[in-house]
Design a protein around this ligand. Structure first.
Ligand code: SIN
Length: 290
């Protein structure tokens, strides 16, 4: 396996980067995320994230405070409107026993980017595993830039100027009162995003519809919208755009949510506990608005 050290202006070997697949994903070693990150390491991690789109780490036994501090080094952190820890509102917990398969079926185990129901969807997410099933429960990540790039020219020209509606209605089933459901609808009304977004840092074109939060394409009749979305959702499922990550307690995945989608493989029956912090993003801009 090739191991390369990310070049940096200080010429210091900050950490090692091992690419995991041609399309995306790199394993980062030689760094302890429990310690405060210096400016150079932070800049180098940020550059690696833009290049590899998802960074993986092993044996990072971060406390919740350290997880939050690591995330906060990259930007403001979100509070999830439905799932958050009472004492740590920036942490989204995914506890398999509590969710009883419901989250898996509707959300996790469907291809998605995080929180595209927001007007400003998450820029990046940092997920740590706390408890592992003895087998299974991997997460697969897809490169949504490659998914766009490999569309035929006619489809690209067709979707470049389109927008789609996203909403958080999938979460209604997790709320136990009409008041909470109404509050979610009021706080997150349907939002219109470009079907193709320009990545705000790399300038790349990204396929920006997903099967969890995208409802329909604006201006198309329902049957045509459904058919086009199905075609675009399928494009993200191509294995050549994927990297698959097997978790252990203390493993971390840090993904650029503006350039990827992910899918939690629902093949486990034992406990699986995950905790995520999520970095605030910005309003997506499409190619025709640029
Ligand atoms: C997520 O969608 O943020 C969680 C993915 C996972 O549970 O593997």
């Amino acid at each position: 396996m090739t191991v390369q050290t990310l070049e940096h202006e200080t010429a210091t070997a900050l950490f090692d980067v091992t690419p995991l697949q041609p399309s995306l994903g790199a394993l980062i070693t030689g760094i302890d995320l429990a310690k405060p990150i210096d400016r150079h390491s932070y800049d180098a991690l940020r550059a690696a994230l833009l290049k590899y789109r998802v960074l993986f780490f092993r044996d990072q036994n971060l406390t919740r405070e350290q997880h939050i501090a690591f995330g906060a080094a990259f930007g403001d952190l979100e509070e999830h409107p439905v799932f958050s820890l009472p004492d740590y509102p920036q942490i989204l917990p995914l506890i398999s026993e509590e969710l009883k398969g419901k989250y898996r079926q509707s959300t996790d185990s469907n291809w998605h980017a995080d929180t595209t129901f927001r007007a400003e969807p998450s820029a990046a997410s940092i997920l740590i595993q706390r408890v592992s099933p003895s087998l299974g429960g991997d997460t697969v990540f897809a490169n949504a830039v490659a998914a766009y790039d490999t569309l035929d020219e006619e489809t690209k020209a067709r979707i470049d100027g389109l927008t789609a509606i996203h909403d958080p209605s999938i979460f209604i089933q997790f709320l136990d009162s009409e008041e909470k459901k109404e509050a979610l609808r009021a706080s997150f009304p349907p939002v219109e995003h470009p079907v193709v977004r320009i990545h705000p840092e790399t300038g790349e074109k990204v396929l920006f519809v997903n099967s969890v939060f995208t409802r329909h394409i604006v201006g198309l009749p329902e049957d045509k919208s459904k058919a086009l979305l199905a075609r675009l959702f399928d494009q993200v499922k191509r294995p050549e755009f994927h990297v698959r990550w097997s978790w252990q307690p203390g493993s971390i995945a840090f993904w650029d949510n503006r350039a990827t989608q992910h899918y939690a493989v629902p093949d486990y029956s034992e406990a699986r506990h995950m905790e995520r912090v999520t970095i605030v993003g910005d309003r997506p801009v499409g190619p025709t608005a640029a």
